[in-house]
Design a protein around this ligand. Structure first.
Ligand SMILES: [Zn+2]
Length: 299
């Protein structure tokens, strides 16, 4: 970028043999940039005001990072390999906040974490592209996918961060949470994601809180799509997630009912998960109720 001392900093990073820049995040006036594809995996720290590189950390316990995200308020940095599964969990590091004040990045490993369906089954994900936390840090949006995927792998997922439980997922081409992209030719691919409330800001023509990047790989003339979503978290808003089917995610039940089934009334609030189609509930590992969904009753 003209006027910014970018060249010098790229040389320093090149000494570690790093290549691709992944999905970045912002925290306390700094930009955190993951680099992979070279000899070393690096998280680099840039000053947000002038894009000067201040510091970097080499990650030894991962093999391929494409993203990093920092939990607001706590400074917990989260990243993973390109695939997330039992062998490749999400890694959590505590940023040393007092060193950060003097422009030094230092990461202390905290733990690893798995993500799971509401029924407790570990979710395996490939082609990780990016993650962003919501402002209070309690939930995160995750985006993944690749241009030669199957149609259902890619898109956006919302997870509760503490429990790692899946709360919502986008659809490819339909619904109120639509992240549409064409797999195969024309090589469309989900990329990074960020949460930034632009409803009250003066970004011309742009509103919403969640912003996702989709790249149409045309090799010579790439097209870039930025998709903007309005996110409702206030309690009065009745989200469209109150669907026709109600599942019980308590460990000894794991059943799905039609909303009007009398057994559905007994589900504790903390255990209820709503679905708009029975197929989605079955896909998440629920068994059909013996009364209202006899056809799908297996256990
Ligand atoms: Zn039922």
């Amino acid at each position: 970028m003209p006027g910014i001392e970018g060249q010098i900093h790229m040389v320093m990073i090149d000494n570690e043999g790093v290549g691709d820049m992944g999905d970045i995040d912002w925290f306390n006036g700094y930009i955190f940039v993951p680099f992979s594809g070279g000899r070393k995996l690096v998280i680099a720290l840039f000053s947000a005001s002038d894009l000067e590189m201040k510091s970097y950390v080499i990650l030894e316990d991962l093999s391929d990072i494409g993203w990093c995200a920092v939990q607001p308020h706590t400074g917990v940095l989260v990243t993973s390999n390109s695939s997330i599964n039992r062998e490749n969990p999400v890694h959590l590091y505590q940023i040393n906040l007092s060193l950060l004040e003097s422009d030094v990045l230092s990461l202390e490993p905290i733990c690893t974490k798995a993500f799971a369906k509401p029924n407790g089954e570990i979710i395996e994900m490939c082609c990780m592209q990016g993650v962003t936390f919501i402002p209070d840090g309690s939930m995160l949006y995750l985006i993944k996918g690749h241009f030669d995927d199957n149609r259902t792998n890619g898109g956006i997922r919302l997870f509760d961060f503490l429990s790692g439980i899946l709360l919502a997922r986008s659809r490819n081409g339909s619904g109120s949470f639509n992240f549409a992209y064409d797999v195969g030719a024309p090589y469309e691919e989900p990329e990074g994601i960020t949460y930034w409330d632009l409803d009250a800001k003066s970004a011309p023509g742009i509103k919403g809180q969640l912003h996702a990047f989709m790249l149409d790989n045309e090799w010579s003339t790439d097209d870039i799509y930025l998709k903007h979503y309005r996110v409702y978290f206030d309690e009065e808003y009745q989200p469209p997630m109150r669907g026709k089917y109600k599942a019980n995610r308590s460990k000894d039940k794991r059943e799905v009912h039609t909303a009007d089934c009398s057994w559905a009334d007994n589900i504790a609030l903390k255990n209820e998960i709503w679905y708009s189609t029975v197929g989605e509930a079955l896909e998440d590992g629920y068994d059909g109720c013996a009364h209202c969904l006899k056809k799908y009753h297996q256990r």
